[in-house]
Design a protein around this ligand. Structure first.
Ligand SMILES: Cc1cc2nc3c(=O)[nH]c(=O)nc-3n(C[C@H](O)[C@H](O)[C@H](O)COP(=O)(O)OP(=O)(O)OC[C@H]3O[C@@H](n4cnc5c(N)ncnc54)[C@H](O)[C@@H]3O)c2cc1C
Length: 435
């Protein structure tokens, strides 16, 4: 039997462990944090929950066993993430961003960088270790692979005599990066411009910036949803980083693309999870609420038909996530088009699923004593974050599909198509041709 959607007994155990944690530990804390006015207070309130998640192995479960992590497959990580996100999608974003900061070390880091930072993350016994993924900027992130050095990433890292790098500029939106106390995450993986004369392909690199490095200030962003994770504005003034902290020299663009491929099914399953929670509520509501009629509203064809559409879109979305994650398990570092399509499809579709669930519930969906209001706010994030759907994610899939070697059979047949620079830069210039 070549296609098998059954969960193993270990996967079911993982799923129900995550569900129990989400309902018993995460739910009460996230409800309080969501209602907290100050964004940094809201994030800090999640620290004890994070420590418990770390004790269960969730915070570094994706790190390979040889570095002390859980060595989970992408599919297994998705199973856990769906359960957490069904209760609160903000908190698991902290785990996702740990991955975005640490996983590039596997492909782009030196042995020493891998050993140091992956072991520090997995060996942390305090349950506090945070890693930040620092790429987005106020001027825009969508065109990180633009051919002009004046566009895209503008946090500059200049090499000085003696080999160290000096960073100047600003990042806007990175998650986790401020740490629990706004003095920095344990480590921040920052995408920087190391060449002021070259565009996005070739001009970018990444540096590991350790907590306590002088010259950085952090300010929390007050956002309408995902309030249990932290986003910051990060200002760099003459920040000195040793040369050995540099990685992916001139390959920052590839690192960004590979990262957004790894995270795509995770963000997609987060969207599915939120839609699932809206559906759960709408289904129960439809079976019990009469709307002043003689029976529950599910007996009305309009409601019943919409519920079946909702259920179908959620099922389709989930299996596309599993497929993308499975493809990436088979072909590590690949899956750029499938991942991007997975993220855009689920992010955009699930947002409309949540609204359809609100239509089923009716006006009471707006009452804040019910969960629909929060689910609606949370669902707005998915098309916008983790590389916005409208440009970045679709451009990534577009670049692959336009390649001469691409065939739709690749996905069905489970064959890889290596990602190359020629697939980057699509749509960054006004004539829409690849630079
Ligand atoms: C909860 C959360 C967590 C986040 N975590 C992180 C993190 O850990 N690290 C981090 O660095 N950032 C993080 N971000 C920031 C975020 O993921 C990105 O900044 C965002 O995805 C950028 O996408 P954008 O399309 O809006 O980019 P922008 O560059 O701001 O684009 C703005 C608009 O212009 C359009 N546009 C621009 N160029 C083009 C083009 N060439 N073609 C078509 N349309 C175009 C876009 O489609 C979009 O509509 C986070 C954000 C949130 C909300």
């Amino acid at each position: 039997m070549p296609i098998d959607f059954d969960l193993t007994s270990e996967q079911k155990k993982l799923k129900y462990t995550a569900r129990e944690f989400a309902q018993e530990v995460l739910r009460p804390a996230s409800e309080r944090a969501d209602a907290t006015t100050d964004p940094q207070d809201a994030f800090r309130a999640m620290k004890p929950v994070y420590a418990q998640a770390a004790a269960l192995g969730f915070t570094t479960m994706f790190v390979p066993r040889q570095y002390g992590g859980g060595g989970s497959t992408n599919v297994d990580f998705l199973l856990a993430i769906e359960e957490l996100c069904a209760v609160d999608p903000g908190f698991p974003t902290i785990l996702l961003v740990n991955g975005l900061a640490l996983m590039p070390l596997l492909l782009h880091g030196t042995d020493e960088q891998r050993t140091t930072w992956l072991h520090r993350a997995t060996g942390d016994t305090s349950g506090e270790f945070l890693a930040g993924w620092v790429v987005s900027e106020r001027g825009g992130t969508a065109n990180f692979d633009h051919p002009s050095p004046q566009a895209g990433i503008q946090l500059v890292a200049d090499r000085r005599r003696g080999g160290e790098y000096v960073l100047n500029g600003e990042k806007h939106w990175p998650c986790n990066a401020g740490g629990w106390d706004l003095h920095g995450a344990d480590v921040n993986l920052c995408v920087v411009r190391t060449d002021r004369t070259t565009g996005g392909k070739g001009g970018l690199s990444a540096v590991l910036v350790e907590r306590g490095t002088p010259g950085i200030t952090y300010e929390a962003i007050d956002k309408m949803a995902h309030r249990t994770c932290q986003n910051v504005t990060m200002t760099f003034r003459d920040v000195r980083v040793p040369a050995e902290n540099l990685l992916a020299r001139g390959d920052g663009d590839l690192l960004i693309n590979r990262n957004f491929t790894w995270s795509a099914p995770i963000a997609a399953i987060a969207a599915v999870a939120v839609a699932r929670s809206a559906y759960d509520f709408a289904l129960k509501w439809a079976k019990s609420y009469t709307g002043g009629g003689s029976g529950p509203i599910i007996q009305h064809q309009a409601v019943g038909h919409l519920l079946t559409d909702v259920a179908a879109r959620i099922e389709a979305g989930r299996y596309l996530c599993w497929k993308a994650a499975h493809y990436m398990d088979r072909h590590p570092g690949e899956g750029h088009a499938l991942g991007a399509m997975n993220k855009t499809f689920c992010g955009d579709t699930m947002q409309s699923v949540v609204f359809d669930c609100m239509r089923i519930v009716g006006v009471n969906a707006l009452d804040r004593k019910f969960p629909m209001e929060k689910l609606y706010r949370e669902s707005m994030v998915f098309p916008l974050y983790d590389a916005g759907n409208l440009a970045m994610q679709r451009r990534r899939a577009w670049g692959v599909i336009a390649d001469i070697g691409f065939s739709p059979d690749l996905f069905v047949d489970g064959e890889p198509l290596p990602f190359t620079r020629s697939m980057e830069g699509f749509g960054t210039t006004s004539d829409a041709s690849p630079p």
